[in-house]
Unconditional design. Sequence first.
Length: 131
Amino acid sequence: MEDIFSGLGVEITLNEKDDFLKIRETLTRIGVSSRKDNKLFQSCHILHKRGRYSIMHFKELFILDGLESDISDSDVARRNTIVNLLDEWNLLDIVDKDCCQEPRASLGQIKIISHRDKGDWELVPKYHIGN
C-alpha cells in the first residue's frame, strides 16, 4: 500500500481529541510576516488523512495536489522548527523525531503571534485545505 503522505511533511500523533483544532488554530498564527504591514503568511498546516496526521509546509501540500512547487531547504527548516515547537508545547508527538531535527530555522526567521494579539494582524493562509 502506498504511503499516504509520500514522504512529505512530518507525521505526528495527537495527545487528546481536541488537539487537532488547537494545532490548526495555532498554525494560523505562525509563519512569515510582511515587513511593511501586520500581515502574517501561514507556513504550515495540519493534514488528517486515513486516521493519520501530518504537519506540512504549504508548498508540500501543493506537491500532494500534483501542482508545481518550489519548496526550498529554508521552507523545510521552518517546517521542522515549527513542528518541534508544537512538540515542546505538548500539542503533539512526532512519530519519527529524527526526520525533523535538521535543517532547522532560527526563531528569528519565524513570526509567532500570540492569541491575544491575533486581532491586530491579517492572518493569510497560502493554501486552503479542501479547495
